[in-house]
Design a protein around this ligand. Structure first.
Ligand SMILES: [Zn+2]
Length: 381
């Protein structure tokens, strides 16, 4: 194990006391269900908890209180996401031309790297250069694997990450597995958008709700992972209770995307269309799909700050306190709070379209041009 892995792969149910208590009871009574939906915001530990669930089933040297040792052969393989009795289905980039196309070497490399990063830090959010799906061939492959007997005691676990991104075909195929699961098979779905799941799936599965993490817990955790106090503080303040986001905030890519969000806000005041098109072109050339999401989150956070400054005329609870000069310049260019409120509405509605709209260029252009329209309506800029 190298130094960068810290202890990240084994944090258990961090900060999710209700979930932790629930599973303490489930495991101590031996009444483990065959299907669970871990639902709640991104980055709060749903996947991490699914790994903890798996360790509790499979650990060969459990402690007296039933918690896993994190050190035995089984625990280590689970932490590396390579246990033969653990199947993980991630949403993956699909070739846009033909649904059945095999993934190319570049995509495969991207996937391998992403999964390695996820194994080192389960809070890491997978990011790919294309829109992602869970397709029917993945579900069929899963069914096949789950039908084999498990290699060790404790049964098999399948984790379906972001299960709401299943195609309709995939969801229908999955429903059959859920209705008649093979013996000793445990299915865990994770989702930040459970309402997008088929109602027939939701009704056949035990729902476990995860909540946002308190900022102080995020701060504590980041410090325990060796991040500097001041750095960790900004990341915790901006994290919105999302530990995955907090880790993103500490990465150079994030800092770059936050800069891009400020640039994008400037484009709302840009008169020349060509400059906007050039910026979007440049952005698309260098950035991946998941990064656009981070860009929009930043744009949303920035707009929220502007709303607070314009409307409440106060600087309390701002998220981007380190860039006050720029915020003040934007505030001066705004007519009133309603204008920025309309802009926030636009950003939120475009953000929620991400997983449905594979044409990200259009989405980003739409945001800039409509945003410009909103802000130019009697703006002072
Ligand atoms: Zn163990």
């Amino acid at each position: 194990m190298n130094g960068s892995e810290h202890n990240l792969a084994t944090p258990g149910f961090i900060g999710q006391e209700q979930v932790s208590g629930y599973f303490d009871r489930v495991f101590s009574t031996g009444k483990v269900g065959s299907g669970y939906l871990f639902e709640g915001p991104s980055g709060v530990g749903k996947f991490t908890a699914a790994l903890e669930f798996t360790r509790r089933l499979k650990c060969s040297r459990k402690k007296e209180d039933g918690t896993p040792c994190n050190e035995c052969y089984n625990c280590r393989l689970i932490n590396n996401l390579s246990h033969p009795d653990l199947e993980i289905v991630f949403p993956l980039p699909a070739s846009l031309e033909k649904a059945d196309d095999k993934l190319g070497p570049k995509e495969l490399q991207e996937i391998n790297e992403a999964i390695k990063t996820k194994a080192a830090n389960p809070y890491y959010q997978l990011k790919f250069s294309q829109a992602v799906y869970i397709r029917i061939d993945k579900i069929r492959e899963l069914e096949y694997k789950l039908a084999q007997t498990s290699s060790e005691a404790g049964g098999k676990v399948a984790i379906i990450v972001d299960a709401d991104i299943m195609t309709t075909e995939a969801a229908n195929a999955f429903l059959k597995t859920l209705e008649e699961p093979p013996p000793e098979v445990y299915l865990i779905l994770t989702s930040a958008r459970p309402s997008y799941l088929l109602p027939t799936i939701r009704s056949r599965i035990q729902r476990v709700r995860f909540s946002k993490l308190p900022n102080n817990l995020i701060l504590e955790y980041l410090k325990s992972q060796g991040y500097e106090g001041s750095e960790a503080q900004v990341a915790a303040a901006l994290s919105q209770g999302n530990l995955g986001r907090a880790f993103d905030l500490l990465s150079p890519q994030f800092i770059e995307l936050r800069n891009k969000a400020f640039q994008m806000f400037n484009l709302f005041f840009e008169k020349e269309d060509l400059k906007i098109l050039e910026w979007v072109d440049e952005f698309n050339k260098n950035n991946k799909q998941g990064e656009l999401e981070v860009l929009m989150q930043n744009l949303s956070s920035l707009s929220r700050d502007l709303f607070l400054m314009k409307e409440a005329k106060g600087y309390r609870n701002l998220e981007n306190t380190d860039r006050l000069d720029e915020l003040e310049r934007f505030v001066a260019a705004l007519r009133d709070g309603r204008q920025i409120k309309a802009l926030i509405g636009l950003i939120n509605s475009n953000q929620s379209d991400f997983h449905l709209n594979p044409n990200l260029t259009l989405l980003i252009l739409d945001t800039i041009f409509r945003g410009r329209e909103i802000l130019s309506s009697q703006s002072n800029a």
